[in-house]
Design a protein around this ligand. Structure first.
Ligand code: SAH
Ligand code: SF4
Ligand code: F3S
Length: 459
């Protein structure tokens, strides 16, 4: 009998990638993916611990699943609830104490053991023993060796994790604790997976890592390559039209990677380069290892290599000790750079991180005011960037149907979402077409195909 699994991903793209790997492994032991948890035999919550809100959301979701499980029981079904990902790693057994309905907890580095773990849960249930199992070890290398043969088909745009973990220990961040130390996969392994994704229809690959540009992998001849070198190797793969990478740290933007932006056509002109703050004093207490001036110089260099690059960033407001003048420096930096898009967050104290106990915690109301002021500028910059696209022609990789009849949605090289209405969606989805941008909204662009889909060469 086939069983159904529902997997919900929270947090970053690395979790999305891990969830797809889990789906592949589970397909090998007879699980089909279910869109909703309603009739699932197994529900996996692949969680995020980065901010308190993200972390607490898991418990409200577990509450809803508990009700669903009870309902299923009445109909003779048994749902197993599993918690995976970064909350699982950080809280371990605590999850089962707080939510005894959870029967399996496993961290980001042990999902390749999922088939055995599920078997143990099933055995325990059969013999009426308490079934709860916790596996939060760190055998990073192992999990990548388990490439499932039945992995679900990738979409036109696929993720590929090339690096995991972080040794940077920014004082606000849980990642070095939940994902462990930095680890890079080998060039061969990555190239093999990338070729497989391209052969199965992916036209774009986003290389992932918590610190993706700290990547340093060995090739067959044991030469060490950085991210720039890896991208140069992957750029030749048949069918692969676009390469992106995320998330980068300013300290690891090597010259070769910057040069690649000017030289490699497949490398898209968009870069997410988090700066967090524009104040040197705050950057120092955050342990970011660079100043605002270093970041500005870096951006100048990157723009020299690729003048049209769209820049994106992350910001934290209300970090402990942040004074009004520090926050002003952040606004100054934002005005100076002019971002295409950005994420901004109120500082959230995380258990076990140094900043959580630092003096000078900022009141919520101040954080909220600063966030609003920052977002006002960032939104205006985004709007202006979107508006500047109107009238231009650009290639769009169409990924999915939109909400309206005949509407399809894709992304242009700068990561902006582009909506087009066409009678020929079939010939557009999964391929790159040239589009003229007609209008810009706050979060997306509208355009039309410059030529009918079939008249455009299958780029
Ligand atoms: N590796 C990436 C970031 C991963 S976390 C990097 O170094 O940039 C994604 C973003 O979440 C961070 O860039 C930061 O802006 C935000 N973040 C991390 N910890 C946070 C915290 N404790 N409170 C608020 N935002 C946080
Ligand atoms: Fe977290 Fe800093 Fe590492 Fe990014 S570089 S994952 S923010 S510790
Ligand atoms: Fe969240 Fe873990 Fe990613 S904490 S942001 S899911 S690395």
């Amino acid at each position: 009998m086939t069983r159904k699994v529902h997997i919900k991903s929270y947090g970053c793209q690395m979790n999305v990638y891990d969830s797809s790997r889990m789906a592949g492994l589970l397909a090998e032991i007879g699980y089909r993916l279910a869109e909703t948890p309603d009739e699932a035999d197994l529900v996996i919550l692949n969680t995020c611990h980065i901010r308190e809100k993200a972390s607490e959301k898991v418990y409200s979701d577990i509450g809803r699943l508990r009700a669903l499980k009870e309902k299923g029981k009445a109909a003779g079904r048994d749902m197993t609830i599993a918690v995976a990902g970064c909350v699982a790693q950080a809280e371990g057994e605590e999850i089962i104490r707080r939510a005894p309905v959870v029967e399996l907890v496993f961290g980001p580095q042990t999902y390749h053991r999922l088939p055995e773990l599920l078997e143990s849960v099933a055995k325990a249930k059969k013999s009426n023993r308490p079934a709860a199992i916790v596996d939060t070890e760190f055998p990073v290398e192992e999990k990548f060796n388990h490439l499932a043969k039945k992995a679900p088909a990738p979409g036109p745009s696929a993720f590929l994790t090339i690096q995991e973990g972080c040794d940077k220990f920014c004082t606000f961040c849980v990642v070095p604790y939940t994902r462990g130390g930095e680890f890079s996969r080998t060039i061969e392994e990555i190239a093999l997976e990338a070729r497989g994704l391209a052969a199965r229809g992916a036209r774009e690959i986003t290389l992932l890592g918590q610190n993706v540009n700290a990547f340093h992998g060995l090739d067959k001849d044991r030469n060490e390559l950085g991210l720039g070198g890896l991208i140069r190797r992957l750029a030749g793969i048949k069918g692969l039209a676009r390469i992106r990478y995320t998330t980068s740290h300013p300290r690891d933007m090597e010259d070769d990677l910057i040069a690649a932006h000017g030289e490699i056509e497949a490398l898209m002109p968009h870069l997410h380069l988090p700066v967090q703050s524009g104040s040197d004093r705050i950057l120092k207490t955050m342990n970011r290892g660079h100043s605002a001036g270093d970041y500005l110089k870096l951006v100048e260099k990157i723009r020299k290599s690729r003048p049209d690059i769209a820049l994106s960033s992350d910001f934290i407001v209300g970090f402990p000790g942040e004074r009004e003048e520090d926050f002003e420096k952040t606004l100054e930096l934002v005005r100076e750079i002019n971002y295409a898009q950005a994420y901004s967050f109120k500082y959230s104290p995380r258990p076990g991180t140094p900043a959580a106990n630092a003096p000078g915690q900022i009141p919520e109301a101040v954080k909220a005011d600063r966030l609003a002021a920052l977002q006002q500028i960032l939104n205006a910059q985004k709007q202006a960037f979107n508006q500047a696209s109107v009238g231009k022609k650009m290639t769009v990789l169409f990924e999915r149907h939109g909400k309206h009849k005949g509407q399809i949605v894709g992304r242009n090289p700068y990561m902006q979402a582009v909506h087009v209405v066409t009678e020929d969606a079939k010939n557009c989805l999964g391929s790159l077409k040239e589009v003229e941008i007609l209008a810009a909204g706050p979060n997306s662009l509208k355009g039309k195909l410059t030529l009918p889909a079939r008249a455009q060469s299958a780029a």
